[in-house]
Design a protein around this ligand. Structure first.
Ligand code: ITT
Length: 193
């Protein structure tokens, strides 16, 4: 099926495109569709925000639409930044500022207490109004410095136990295998069967 990948985040788009294409779908980005929209993310949960975004872009494009709402939940911060991950340091989408703020917030937190998880909610919205939302989680820990150049967002400071390195040090294939987004999209594939 032809699906709109409803994200303004270039890193997310690369991952969504790779996974959905592998599943046999034709992915259209917002740029390819000529759609410029920035719906307000007013939901209290990842799932609510994913549904909000999917509905807005589905209406705008008339295509089956996939939206992801995701973020990093840090144990020592009671789950913050959570749904506020993109604007943790103030300016929406300033990855470098977000990473530095998080490292500073955890400066006094010892290695064993730096647990965190990435969470992704993915919503598929169909033009008739039917929708399906699934979630995926990726457990790990926040490091003490930036490592690696791949990925985006919090990847340089998020360490996964499977590889003993940051998700910015993984290839996209490796990251998609274990990531919150990869898990959510695999759950969606199962649900759609
Ligand atoms: P769209 O809403 O347009 O999709 P966005 O970047 O605003 O783009 P979110 O509101 O879902 O998306 O914010 C997600 C935040 O969590 C953002 O700061 C990302 O950098 C971060 N994030 C999500 N998934 C990530 C991943 O796989 N690796 C690193 N950081 C991630």
């Amino acid at each position: 099926m032809i699906v709109c990948a409803a994200t303004n985040n270039a890193g997310k788009l690369r991952e969504l495109r790779r996974i959905l294409t592998r599943c046999g779908h034709t992915v259209k980005s917002l740029r390819e569709l000529g759609v410029t929209l920035d719906p307000e993310e007013t939901g209290a949960t990842f799932a609510e925000n994913a549904a909000l975004k999917a509905a807005a872009f589905c209406r705008a494009t008339g295509l089956p639409t996939v939206a992801d709402d995701s973020g990093l939940c840090v144990d020592a911060l009671d789950g913050a930044p959570g749904v506020f991950s993109a604007r943790y340091a103030g300016e929406h989408g300033n990855d470098d500022a977000n990473n530095r703020k998080l490292l500073a917030a955890l400066a006094d937190v010892p290695e064993g207490a730096r647990g965190a998880k990435f969470v992704s909610a993915v919503c598929l919205m169909l033009p008739g109004g039917r929708s399906l939302t699934v979630t995926g989680e990726c457990p790990g820990a926040v490091g003490t410095a930036l490592r690696g150049d791949n990925g985006f967002g919090y990847d340089p400071i998020f360490f996964v136990f499977e590889y003993g390195c940051s998700t910015a040090q993984l290839t996209m294939e490796q990251k998609n295998e274990l990531s919150h987004r990869g898990k959510a999209l695999r759950a969606m594939k199962e649900e759609l069967k």
